[in-house]
Design a protein around this ligand. Structure first.
Ligand SMILES: [Zn+2]
Length: 280
């Protein structure tokens, strides 16, 4: 007779949940915090593994995509990327900046410093500072390990569901459903969704200070998001827009952070202002 089987299924289920909650509160959340904003976060995937996954995924994506041949785009993305990388405090990253030949209005940065910009978003960037807004925002997601955080939450959620499934195996269907959907709903609406909004504004915050440190005028950040909100039309869907709702609050929050960003900008080694404009 095993130790666990001496307890009822209900108390086994309670034990699983209490254990997961205790591990989460006592250990994991205390071990990591985000750069700049200092928020404590739940991370169960080792960073080394996250970086290895990022590097692999980047290679796979680039192998499938056509790269841009527009030399102005390539030069600008590399110039802005290198300036941001220089203030990102991650000398261990093997930074890479690529332009993908696609009309998608999108951009991404993976752990390990692997950054890609789709051609389609560049006309909305308009200039180097606008491009710095997009790149520093995406790089901030990687630096703050937001993807790792999402993976960790998903792993924890699966763990709880497995525990509940095990404990409720012999209960009625409807009771199972109630418990499972209660956890599903709690995770989806109580943790997952508000969290990603938090991650978005966190990436805005970290990104704004980073672009200022890199010598780009931070006032361009709220201006970019307003431009972007107005650029919904066009032939191609704005993927970046669907994951980055460019509402007025976003621009307002960025404007509230401008005094701090201007402080960083005034201390920047070289100030580039808005930088070069993109040819139309
Ligand atoms: Zn984002």
């Amino acid at each position: 007779m095993t130790f666990l089987s001496r307890f009822s299924r209900r108390s086994q289920m309670t034990a699983v949940i209490v254990l997961l909650a205790a591990v989460c509160l006592a250990g994991w959340t205390g071990c990591h915090s985000t750069p700049v904003t200092g928020r404590r976060q739940l991370l169960v995937v080792p960073e080394k593994q996250e970086v290895a996954m990022g590097v692999d995924a980047y290679g796979e994506i680039l192998a499938k995509e056509k790269l841009s041949t527009n030399q102005q785009y390539i030069d600008m993305v590399n110039r802005v990327g290198k300036r941001i990388a220089a203030v990102a405090d991650r000398p261990d990253y093997d930074w890479e900046f690529k332009v993908i030949a696609s009309e998608q209005q999108n951009a991404f940065a993976l752990p390990g410093g692997k950054v890609a910009i789709h051609e389609g978003i560049l006309p909305i960037c308009q200039n180097e500072a606008g491009l710095a807004v997009v790149m520093s925002h995406e790089i901030a997601h990687a630096l703050a390990r937001h993807g790792g955080e999402r993976m960790s939450h998903a792993a924890l959620q699966t763990g709880i569901q497995k525990g509940v499934q095990f404990a409720t195996r012999q209960r009625s269907e409807s009771e199972q459903k109630v418990i499972l959907s209660a956890y599903g709903v709690a995770s989806q609406y109580g943790v997952m969704l508000p969290y990603s909004r938090k991650q978005e504004s966190e990436a805005d915050h970290i990104g704004l200070l980073m672009m200022a440190k890199a010598g780009y005028e931070p006032e361009e950040a709220p201006r970019f998001w307003e431009r972007f909100a107005g650029a919904k039309g066009g032939d191609s869907p704005a993927e970046f827009l669907s994951t980055h709702p460019a509402d007025q609050r976003r621009a307002d929050d960025l404007r509230a952070l401008l005094p701090k960003a201007m402080e960083e900008y005034s201390k920047a080694g070289t100030r580039h202002g808005i930088g070069e404009y993109l040819a139309r």
